[in-house]
Design a protein around this ligand. Structure first.
Ligand SMILES: Nc1nc2c(c(=O)[nH]1)N=C([C@H](O)[C@H](O)COP(=O)(O)OP(=O)(O)OP(=O)(O)O)CN2
Length: 138
């Protein structure tokens, strides 16, 4: 079994704000992340696919195809966007890194069979800042 990864990049704005809470409670829980006028992050998304290399190509998945898939299906939808407002799959959800990575997984798990017969989605690692990141295994 080989684990193969591709890193992609996007930047996006968001705020962490629960509309069911008072302004005071939002500030207490989320601090400056609840700032009404948003804030931005440079995100890094690392997608790891696992499988046996195909005997004819030596590939688990063609990294060019994987990059294109991630960019077309995920990055395009979030890059230079406001995660709370512009991104359909985040509507009604808190725009946390945890919730974002779960939505990315749903998209990529469904689309991956279009580009590989032998690779399966293993994990997503999403960096919100160079020091804060989440890992998700489905
Ligand atoms: N469980 C979560 N906690 C927090 C999330 C999140 O998505 N899930 N997000 C945030 C903020 O959006 C943001 O990540 C915090 O930024 P910041 O505190 O500035 O983080 P830095 O690593 O850049 O700064 P340090 O000073 O090094 O902490 C908050 N919590």
């Amino acid at each position: 079994m080989v684990f193969l990864s591709r890193k992609e990049h996007f930047n996006a704005a968001h705020k962490l704000y629960n509309p069911n809470w008072s302004e005071e409670k939002n500030v207490e829980v989320f601090g400056p992340c609840a700032n009404a006028n948003w804030h931005g992050h440079n995100f890094e998304l690392i997608v790891t696919v696992k499988g046996e290399p195909d005997p004819e190509t030596g590939f688990v998945v063609d990294l060019k195809k994987l990059s294109r898939l991630i960019r077309d299906e995920v990055i395009e939808k979030v890059d230079h966007k406001n995660l709370n407002i512009d991104v359909d799959f985040m509507h009604g959800k808190m725009a946390s890194t945890e919730n974002l990575v779960i939505e990315f997984w749903k998209i990529l798990e469904e689309k991956l069979p279009n580009i590989t017969d032998n690779g399966k989605l293993h994990s997503l690692k999403l960096y919100e800042t160079p020091r804060n990141y989440v890992e998700y295994y489905g």
